[in-house]
Write a protein that binds this ligand. Structure first.
Ligand code: GLA
Length: 402
C-alpha cells in the first residue's frame, strides 16, 4: 500500500473516531436539571384516572397554602388519562371535557403560583390506561409539551412490544433536548431492564420497582410493593452506587398520608425516602391533609437530608433483622467536619431498644424532635424505637468510616 493511501486511511479512521466520540457525548443527558432530587405532587396514587383542570388547580393552590411550596415542593404532575387521542396532524389531544380550557392555560395557572408543571406519557404505543403513547410521535409530543410550558415528563413503559428500552427512552431524551425547553425527564420502566445501569445517560430519575402500595409490609403478596419491600429491593441491589446530582433512583411516588399507613408508618416512609435521596413526589390529596401529615412533609430538617447537595444516597449500615440502621453521607460543615444522617428503623410490631455508636466527640441532633441531644461520654446513643417507626439523627464530627 502506498504511503499516501495509508495516510488517507489513517485520517479517515481518526475523523471517524472523533465523530463517534462527539456524537456519543452529544447523546449523553446533560440538561443540568434535578441537581437535588425533584420535589412535587403526582396525581396517580390518589386520583388514578380522575384528573381534571379543576383538580390540578386546586392542588396547585393547596401546595402553596399548606406550606409545601415553601418547604421546597415545586412540580405539579398530571399522571395518566389527561389525553384522549390525536388530531389529523398527529397532535396529542387533552380530554376536552376534563380540560376545557386547554393545557396551556392550565400550565400558565400552575406557573402563576410559582410552581412547575409536569405531564405523563409512555414510550410505547399506548399508556398503561390505554391512552395514546408517544411511540413514533416523540419529537412532535416534545415540541407540544415545550409549547405548553411543561417542565417535567414522566415516561412510562406500557405497550412497548419488542422495543429496546434504552433506545426508546433515548429518543425522548433527544426530543426533549431538541424542544429547547428545560424538562426534567423521569424514566418509569419499573426497574425491568436495570435502568440504574443506563439511566444516568438518559434521564434525571428512574423507577426501580413496580407500583408502590400504601402498606408497610405486604408479606405474602408478591405483586405488592409495600414500604418495606421497596426498601429491601434498594438495599439488595446496592442502588446507592448509582445516584447523584442530576440522576436519581426513584422508589416511586410517596404514599405518606394515604389510607393504609398509620401516622408513624407515614413518618418512617418519608424519613426513609429522604435517606434514599429519593424524588419526593407526594401522592396524597393535598387539599385535605391533617396537620400531622403536613408536619411530616414539611419537616425542613428531614427534607434537607434528602436535598443535601452532596447527593449521596443512603444505604443500609447495620441489619439486625427486626431493626436496621441506615446511614447517608452529607456535605461537610463549613469548617470541614463530617456530617452523617442515621435512621434507626424498627420494622417490627413491638417497641425495640436500639443503640448507635457515635464516638464521644460527635454531636447528635434528633431531626423529628428537632432537638440537640449533644455528645455522649461513652460514645453510645441509646433509645427505644416504637413499632413501624424511626428515630432520625444528624451526627456531626464522626471519624469512623464504616
Ligand atoms: C404505571 C406507572 C404508575 C402510573 C400508571 C398510570 O403503572 O408505574 O406510576 O403512572 O402506570 O397508568
Amino acid at each position: 500500500m502506498s504511503s499516501i493511501k495509508k495516510y488517507s486511511i489513517l485520517c479517515l479512521l481518526l475523523s471517524l473516531s472523533v465523530f463517534i466520540l462527539f456524537s456519543s457525548q452529544a447523546k449523553a443527558l446533560d440538561n443540568g436539571l434535578a441537581l437535588t432530587p425533584p420535589m412535587g405532587w403526582n396525581s396517580w396514587n390518589t386520583f388514578r384516572c380522575d384528573v381534571s383542570e379543576v383538580l390540578i388547580k386546586e392542588m396547585a393552590d393547596a401546595m402553596t397554602t399548606t406550606g409545601l411550596k415553601s418547604a421546597g415542593y415545586e412540580y405539579i404532575v398530571i399522571d395518566d388519562c389527561w389525553q384522549v387521542g390525536r388530531d389529523e396532524n398527529g397532535n396529542i389531544l387533552p380530554d376536552p371535557d376534563r380540560f376545557p380550557s386547554g393545557m396551556k392555560a392550565l400550565v400558565d395557572y400552575v406557573h402563576s403560583k410559582g410552581l412547575k408543571f409536569g405531564i405523563y406519557s409512555d414510550a410505547g404505543r399506548k399508556t398503561c390506561q390505554g391512552r395514546p403513547g408517544s411511540r413514533g410521535y416523540e419529537f412532535q409530543d416534545a415540541r407540544q409539551y415545550a409549547a405548553w410550558g411543561v417542565d417535567y415528563l414522566k415516561y412510562d413503559w406500557c405497550y412497548h412490544g419488542q422495543q429496546d428500552p434504552y433506545e426508546s427512552y433515548a429518543i425522548m431524551r433527544d426530543a426533549l433536548a431538541a424542544s429547547g425547553r428545560d424538562i426534567v425527564f423521569s424514566i418509569c420502566e419499573w426497574g425491568s431492564n436495570e435502568p440504574w445501569k443506563w439511566g444516568k445517560d438518559v434521564g434525571n430519575l428512574w423507577r426501580i420497582s413496580g407500583d408502590i402500595r400504601p402498606c408497610w409490609d405486604c408479606t405474602g403478596d408478591r405483586a405488592c410493593n409495600g414500604i418495606m419491600q421497596i426498601l429491601d429491593l434498594v438495599s439488595e441491589l446496592d442502588l446507592f452506587n448509582y445516584a447523584g446530582p442530576g440522576h436519581w433512583n426513584d422508589p416511586d411516588m410517596m404514599e405518606v398520608g394515604n389510607p393504609g399507613l398509620s401516622l408513624s408508618e407515614s413518618k418512617a416512609h418519608f424519613s426513609l425516602w429522604c435517606m434514599m435521596a429519593a424524588p419526593l413526589m407526594t401522592g396524597n390529596d393535598l387539599r385535605y391533609m391533617p396537620p400531622e401529615i403536613i408536619e411530616i412533609l414539611t419537616n425542613n430538617e428531614v427534607v434537607a437530608i434528602d436535598q443535601d447537595p452532596l447527593g449521596a444516597q443512603g444505604y443500609k449500615f447495620r441489619d439486625f433483622g427486626d431493626t436496621e440502621i441506615w446511614r447517608k453521607w452529607l456535605q461537610k460543615t463549613k469548617d470541614g467536619k463530617r456530617q452523617d444522617a442515621f435512621i434507626l428503623l424498627n420494622r417490627s410490631d413491638e417497641p425495640q431498644e436500639m443503640s448507635l455508636y457515635v464516638e464521644p466527640q460527635a454531636f447528635v441532633r434528633d431531626l423529628w424532635k428537632k432537638k440537640d441531644l449533644g455528645t455522649f461520654k461513652n460514645g453510645v446513643y441509646k433509645t427505644t424505637v416504637p413499632p413501624h417507626d424511626v428515630v432520625m439523627l444528624k451526627v456531626t464530627g464522626l471519624t469512623f468510616k464504616n
